[in-house]
Design a protein. Structure first.
Length: 228
C-alpha cells in the first residue's frame, strides 16, 4: 500500500462536512444529517468511486449531524460502520447525546436552534472502536485515534502524509469558517483540550473538521498553544 496516493474529498454544506478518503480502497468519514447520504453518493460518483469501493464508514462521534445517514450508506455500500464504544448507544438508538454548550457562542447556538436530543435512524455498528485502530485492512494508510472531550467517544482519523480528520474536536468560526476554534459544545472541556494537544503532537499538516475548515497545523497550533 505504501506509495499509493491518498486523496480527501469534502462533502460540504453550510451546516456540516463529511469526507471520503480514497487510497487503495475508500472510506467515508461521517455521514451528515439524514438527507446527506445522497449528496455523499453523488460526490463519490463524481470522483469515480463506486458504492462497492467503500470498505468502512467511520463515525467520529454520536451527534445526529454525523450519524444521520449512517444506516442509509450502510445499506447502499454494504460497508461496515465503525464508532467508538463511548458513543455506541447514540448510534444504536439514533438519539443525540445531550449537548453541553461551551461559552457564549455555544449557549447562543443552543438557544437559537432550540437544540434537543434529536433522533435519527438508529443502527447497530459492525465495528466498535476502543484504542487506536490501524486502517490498512481497509485499504487506507492511517489510523483511527480516540480523541474524547467533545463526546466520550470522539475519534480522529490520522492519515499518512499528514491529514487529520477531526470531527468536532475543532470548530470553524460562524463567520470565519477557516479560522479554527474550540468546539461550541463539549462533554468535558479539559479532556477536549488534552485531545487537541495529543493530536497536535502527531504533527498533522492539515485538519479537516466537521464544521468549517480546513485548517493548517500551524493555524491550530497558534490558536491553542502559541504564547501571546
Amino acid at each position: 500500500m505504501a506509495g499509493v496516493k491518498q486523496e480527501v474529498f469534502a462533502v460540504t454544506s453550510a451546516y456540516v462536512n463529511a469526507y471520503i478518503v480514497r487510497g487503495e480502497r475508500s472510506v467515508i468519514v461521517d455521514t451528515g444529517i439524514p438527507s446527506y447520504g445522497g449528496r455523499i453518493l453523488k460526490t463519490m460518483a463524481h470522483q469515480g468511486i463506486r458504492p462497492g469501493d467503500i470498505s468502512l464508514i467511520i463515525i467520529t462521534h454520536g451527534h445526529h449531524d454525523h450519524t444521520g445517514s449512517a444506516a442509509y450508506l450502510r445499506e447502499k455500500t454494504g460497508a461496515p460502520v465503525a464508532i467508538h464504544r463511548g458513543d455506541v448507544e447514540a448510534l444504536r438508538t439514533g438519539i443525540t447525546p445531550p449537548l453541553h454548550p461551551v461559552g457564549g457562542r455555544g449557549r447562543f447556538l443552543a438557544a437559537l436552534a432550540g437544540m434537543t436530543r434529536t433522533r435519527v435512524q438508529g443502527m447497530e455498528p459492525q465495528l466498535v472502536l476502543e484504542g487506536e485502530t490501524d486502517l490498512s485492512a481497509y485499504g487506507i494508510e492511517g489510523k483511527i485515534v480516540p480523541a474524547p472531550g467533545h463526546t466520550a467517544g470522539s475519534v480522529c482519523v490520522l492519515l499518512a502524509g499528514g491529514c487529520a480528520l477531526v470531527g468536532d474536536m475543532i470548530f470553524g468560526g460562524l463567520v470565519r469558517k477557516h479560522t479554527p476554534g474550540f468546539p461550541y459544545f463539549c462533554q468535558d472541556a479539559e479532556t477536549a483540550s488534552k485531545s487537541i494537544a495529543d493530536i497536535l503532537d502527531r504533527k498533522p499538516k492539515i485538519f479537516y473538521a466537521g464544521h468549517g475548515g480546513p485548517f493548517t497545523g500551524g493555524q491550530v497550533w497558534r490558536k491553542f498553544f502559541a504564547k501571546p
